[in-house]
Design a protein around this ligand. Structure first.
Ligand code: ADP
Ligand code: MG
Length: 697
């Protein structure tokens, strides 16, 4: 039987089949429930009137009250406009219309009191409002003095009268019908403990808030609920796994000790020691490990990964590391091979471009158990890849693999799943980690190896190029090497290549006696390798490249990173690129070169890079700028398709929700207690409608 909220939207008064089809297509609204959950994304404050002298250019739309002193037509041709001078007791401002002057003029009468609604903007040192809404006060409908909801809609819908106001009207109709049908979805205890308003009230006030206080209560309640159910799902997943899945007991420390005593090239940082302990404890526990390892660029994740692999191999098992791209896989392979060779541990690389004959040998040695470490890409997931005894699977995610793929890797040993360590290249903000990886335990390397000098970062404009070249010259004279990186994005690949080549030529012209390398994605692999090697050996002093070097080789002597068109890179990428320098003993520099024309966001990105070297801080800003969907790519959506909560802003509520979910499961893991009936019912209903819920059995 279909419930009230699953009623098709076309049956709502004022919708009908045609509009219903549009609502489905444009906003994915199919049912009554979908519409009710189409929450306003902001509200226009019509609860109060602002005095004119309090207006400034950074306000949203505001409401003011005043009389018109005079009106005039000013300017010529396309700039011709109607200006009305409106004043209240505190001051005066100009209302401006570029269009419809004749019609507006008829409406405006001197001396009469008006209500005006619009966005104050600073123009020529004065505040004005362009094309405001205007109404005579005495004809003003007092009902409109409230927080007016603003809904996302589309051009197509607007043409069919489903603009924000149109949607608001539908919400009103629906709420009227739904009133007695809205059931509580949280327990009385949660409602009391967290001082929440009930569901029906929350839905009413999210669409039609009486005032700020009620709006805030409604938002808190709905955000809490949304985050609570996500956390409940993740924690339940975690519990189920711990209960269900045994893990291999990998507790032989011999190999590990040998590495520690004979081959460890440096002292581990305390953070590295701590996370190794956390991981090793899991691997000995007899339960399957599911852990996230994160750390900033350069924090030394590779050696941690290797040491954990040794724990597995020392106990007779094998280990694998899967990376999202071939370049990354190759990089990991080289990083690990350095250590593996010292220990005489067998290691191989398996990617899409591994030759067939080589592949066969790899497959065979994996099955026989002679090959201990395999590094690779998705190629590892193929069914022909079988292990003798896979003990530890490390997945380098970079937010790119989905949960489904992760679990495919487990299946490599169906008797006892391998331990799983998810590793990320750059830090993830806490709120995001708690949500994307909320079913995992988390280990964080929050410390860089000692003796690293913080990289000095500056922002320069194109016009400063001569100075930058002067700096390059100085650095080369001191024996340093330089990276110059150009953006490469697929849509404009040709143009980018041209920029890169022009840049290369101008560098060669500016430094006629300095050997320069160039590397980009269109080159053949062997040519790329050849140029890279020349740079690594110090034969060339400047490396002009696209982002291929983001994950390229480690050149400790390279101490300057110059990023061209820096405004076109995302924060995570900028941080990753900067991480290419600062690996040696010398002071390193990062120079971000941009256009004068910068978007607000672009400016914030560059400022953030200049301000801090801390990857966790950068990740937080990134989350606030872009929102979680963009950061993680689409594969993770579902978990992150939040209707109302915002992981960039609602960290506190998330914390509460996780705490609440955890406490609930601790007391009543199967939700058998009748007190928790509301929650059990809600899970059932989510399971029907939300894909992600169906995975919990
Ligand atoms: P990331 O976490 O970015 O993968 P890497 O594992 O590549 O970092 O390590 C960066 C560099 O720091 C490597 O050259 C590595 O050998 C070195 N390194 C790692 N741990 C330490 C340490 N404890 N002391 C000194 N150098 C270290
Ligand atoms: Mg690394």
């Amino acid at each position: 039987m279909l419930g009230f909220f699953e009623t098709k939207i076309e049956f709502l008064k004022g919708v009908g089949p045609q509009k219903a089809a549009l609502l489905q297509k444009e906003l994915d609204i199919h049912t009554y429930g979908d519409l009710l959950q189409h929450y306003p994304f902001r509200y226009e404050d019509r609860t109060k009137f602002y005095p004119i002298n309090e207006l400034h250019g950074n306000m949203p739309n505001v409401q003011i009250k005043g009389r018109i002193r005079k009106t005039e037509m000013v300017g010529a041709a396309r700039k011709r406009r109607l200006v009305a001078h409106l004043h209240d007791e505190t001051g005066e401002l100009e209302l401006v219309w570029f269009k419809g002057a004749q019609w507006i003029l008829k409406k405006l009468q001197p001396g009469v009191e008006y209500i005006v609604f619009g966005k104050p903007q600073l123009f020529g040192g004065k505040i004005n409002m362009a094309h405001p809404e205007i109404e005579i006060l005495s004809q003003f409908n007092p009902k409109s003095s409230y927080l007016q909801p603003v809904y996302h809609t589309t051009e197509t819908l607007r043409k069919r009268y489903l603009d924000s106001k149109g949607i608001s009207k539908l919400q009103k109709t629906l709420l009227h019908l739904a009133n007695s049908k809205i059931h509580e979805t949280l327990t009385p205890k949660l409602i009391e403990d967290y001082r929440l308003i009930n569901k029906a009230e929350a839905l009413k006030h999210i669409h039609f808030p009486t005032n700020h206080e009620w709006l805030q209560k409604a938002q808190f309640r709905l955000k809490f609920e949304e985050l609570f159910y996500i956390q409940l799902r993740l924690l339940k997943l975690k519990l189920t796994r711990v209960d269900k899945f045994r893990g291999k007991v990998l507790d032989n420390p011999d190999l590990l000790s040998r590495f520690y005593n004979d081959h460890l090239p440096f002292d581990l940082t305390n953070a590295q020691k701590r996370v190794i302990k956390e991981i090793y404890r899991d691997m000995k526990s007899g339960k399957q490990m599911n852990r996230l390892l994160q750390g900033d660029v350069g924090s030394g994740k590779t050696i941690v990964a290797f040491i954990c692999m040794l724990a597995a191999i020392g106990s007779g098992a094998q280990a694998t590391l899967m990376a999202p791209t071939e370049i990354l896989a190759v990089q990991h392979y080289h990083g690990l091979k350095e250590f593996a060779d010292k220990m005489g541990v067998t290691i191989a690389l398996l990617t899409g471009s591994t030759k067939k004959s080589e592949r066969k040998v790899i497959h065979q040695y994996l099955r026989s158990g002679d090959l201990k470490i395999i590094v690779g890409t998705h190629a590892l997931l193929e069914d022909v890849v079988q292990f003798s005894n896979l003990g530890l699977a490390i997945v380098d995610e970079q937010h790119r693999f989905g949960v489904a793929q992760r679990s495919k890797l487990w299946q490599k040993d169906k008797n006892i799943y391998p331990h799983v360590l998810v590793m990320t290249a750059t830090p993830i903000p806490r709120t995001l980690a708690m949500t994307m990886y909320g079913d995992l335990d988390i280990s964080t390397i929050d410390e860089l190896p000692a003796g690293r000098k913080p990289i000095k970062t500056v922002h320069r404009y194109d016009s400063n190029r001569l100075k930058v070249n002067g700096f390059i010259k100085e650095q080369i004279a001191e024996g340093r090497q330089i990276y110059i990186v150009y953006p490469l994005i697929e849509e404009s690949e040709k143009l980018d290549l041209k920029h890169l080549e022009d840049g290369y030529e101008s560098i060669c012209r500016a430094f006629p006696n300095v050997p320069v390398s160039i590397v980009h994605g269109r080159m053949k692999a062997e040519d790329k390798d050849f140029e890279m090697q020349r740079f690594v050996k110090g034969e060339t002093k400047i490396m002009v490249a696209t982002t291929v070097i983001e994950v390229g080789v480690n050149v400790p002597n390279a101490s300057v990173m110059i990023i061209e068109n820096a405004e076109r890179f995302g924060l995570a990428q900028l941080h990753q690129l900067r991480g290419r320098v600062g690996r040696g003993a010398e002071q390193s520099y990062c120079i971000l070169i941009s256009n004068y024309k910068l978007s607000k966001e672009g400016k914030t990105r560059l400022e953030t890079m200049v301000r801090t070297n801390n990857g966790f801080e950068i990740a937080d800003v990134d989350l606030k700028l872009r929102g979680p969907g963009d950061i993680t790519g689409t594969q993770q959506s579902g978990i992150l398709d939040l209707l109302i909560a915002d992981l960039g802003k609602d960290g506190k509520i998330l914390q509460m929700a996780r705490q609440a979910a955890s406490a609930l499961l601790e007391k009543d893991g199967n939700l058998d207690n009748p007190e928790n009936g509301n929650i059990k019912r809600q899970i059932e209903s989510l399971r029907k409608t939300v894909v992600n819920w169906s995975r919990i059995s």
